[in-house]
Design a protein around this ligand. Structure first.
Ligand SMILES: [Zn+2]
Length: 180
């Protein structure tokens, strides 16, 4: 027979630990990039997966993504803004206007918009405005375009692979079949 104290520690201790770990889980953010607002994590995870698929291991340390509404920089208003490590915060920081974000509920629209900002902040990319003969932008790093609208519609979704390839590789003079 177990002495009563031992019995208590056997039964109660695991129970207490369970309680502790439950409460800890609620307060402890175990996402690897805790400064990324939960609304954006799905797109950060997808970006990392797309990078890995293409053989890239990138530095995401300090990655921050948060709402700021409105975003006004040099007297201009933005729906989103991406700073890289050389920017104002010395770490990759993405600001998203909550009104813009919530006005667009299409998952792929949000993805391309967020990937554009990750292009600035993680890939150090700047804007690229070239257009294909069919009128489509050559890059989702276009600045004078609606970045929610690159491949989000049903008839454009097949272009996603090209745009994500281009995002990581920064194509130059490469024409996918659909743009010829
Ligand atoms: Zn941009």
């Amino acid at each position: 027979m177990l002495p009563i104290r031992k019995l208590i520690s056997k039964l109660v201790l695991p129970f207490l630990l369970l309680l502790l770990s439950c409460t800890e889980d609620d307060s402890l953010d175990d996402y690897p990039y805790p400064e990324v607002h939960p609304d954006f994590r799905i797109y950060v995870d997808r970006f990392i997966a797309e990078a890995e698929k293409r053989g890239y291991e990138l530095d995401y340390s300090g990655l921050t993504a948060r709402y700021e509404t409105p975003i006004i920089i040099d007297e201009k208003i933005y729906c989103g803004f991406g700073y890289n490590r050389n920017g104002k915060f010395n770490k990759p920081v993405i600001l998203i206007d909550q009104v813009c974000w919530q006005a667009e509920t299409n998952d792929l629209a949000r993805e391309s918009f967020f990937f554009h900002e990750l292009g600035h902040s993680i890939l150090y990319r700047s804007h690229r405005e070239e257009v294909f003969f069919n009128g489509d932008k050559q890059s989702l790093m276009c600045g004078d375009c609606n970045q929610f609208d690159i491949y989000s519609s049903t008839e454009d979704v097949f272009k996603r692979e090209y745009y994500i390839d281009e995002l990581f590789l920064g194509y130059n003079n490469y024409y996918p079949n659909w743009a010829k």
